[in-house]
Design a protein around this ligand. Structure first.
Ligand code: DGP
Ligand code: NA
Ligand code: NA
Length: 214
């Protein structure tokens, strides 16, 4: 997988959909093929903003809905330049959650003015993914996978709304073309195989069309 610039590949999905596992496997596979790959995840809990987010998610602190929304976005902006630099230097960046999570988890709170459109605004201008792999799993199936954890959003009713909002986002014209849905109910190996096929096809398109990073 050659090419002049790296790709920006994002994994999205409900909690317990297998994103982190698939992210790691893709990163490993691409590295084994000699590609330079940087693995990131959001929220990045290591920065001061990320630590505030972590405290919010674990319930150690409270934040007003708009405030935490903007902190999640700021946490991505902290890495925006680094992401762009990697891609321009020919390194592919694989990220566990990105702006789509930013929109759907906040909109799922149903705090009136915070609809998807409002939530999308602070994400405007972040490096745009070449490909978003959406690992699709129903909230019931997700809950069966050893149960959700104890963090703030890991409850089935919220996850069900998150899934609906992901579906709504996929219908938005700016997002539609970059999102590929993968059935996350398959075995780890089957998902891995499908993910790799989709990534190779996206790479092929990028190489033939020589697309600029958006
Ligand atoms: P993870 O570390 O991938 O399990 O993500 C932690 C939780 O935070 C998960 O329930 C999804 C949620 N999340 C991730 N990004 C954002 C975001 O930008 N905004 C909001 N509101 N929630 C997010
Ligand atoms: Na989680
Ligand atoms: Na994860």
């Amino acid at each position: 997988m050659g090419g002049t610039r790296g790709m920006l590949i994002v994994f999205e999905g409900l909690d317990r959909s297998g994103k982190s596992t698939q992210c790691e496997k893709l990163v490993q596979t691409l590295r084994n093929e000699g590609e330079k790959v940087e693995h990131m995840q959001f929220p990045n809990r290591t920065t001061p903003i990320g630590q505030m987010i972590n405290e919010y998610l674990t319930g150690e602190s409270q934040q007003e809905d708009h405030v935490i929304h903007l902190l999640f976005s700021a946490n991505r902006w902290e890495s925006a330049q680094a992401i762009e630099n990697h891609i321009r230097a020919g390194t592919t960046v694989v990220i566990d959650r990105y702006s789509y999570s930013g929109c759907v988890y906040s909109a799922a709170k149903q705090n009136k003015a915070m609809d998807l459109e409002w939530c999308r605004q602070p994400e405007e201008g972040l490096p745009r993914p070449d490909l978003c792999l959406f690992l699709d799993l129903s909230s019931e199936e997700a809950a069966k996978r050893g149960g959700f954890g104890t963090e703030r959003y890991e409850k089935q009713d919220l996850q069900a709304r998150v899934r609906e909002l992901y579906t709504e986002m996929r219908q938005h014209e700016d997002e539609r073309e970059d999102i590929v849905v993968v059935n996350a109910g398959q075995s780890i190996e089957e998902v891995q195989c499908e993910v790799l096929k989709v990534v190779k096809e996206a790479r092929r398109q990028l190489d033939t069309q020589g697309l600029e990073l958006r």
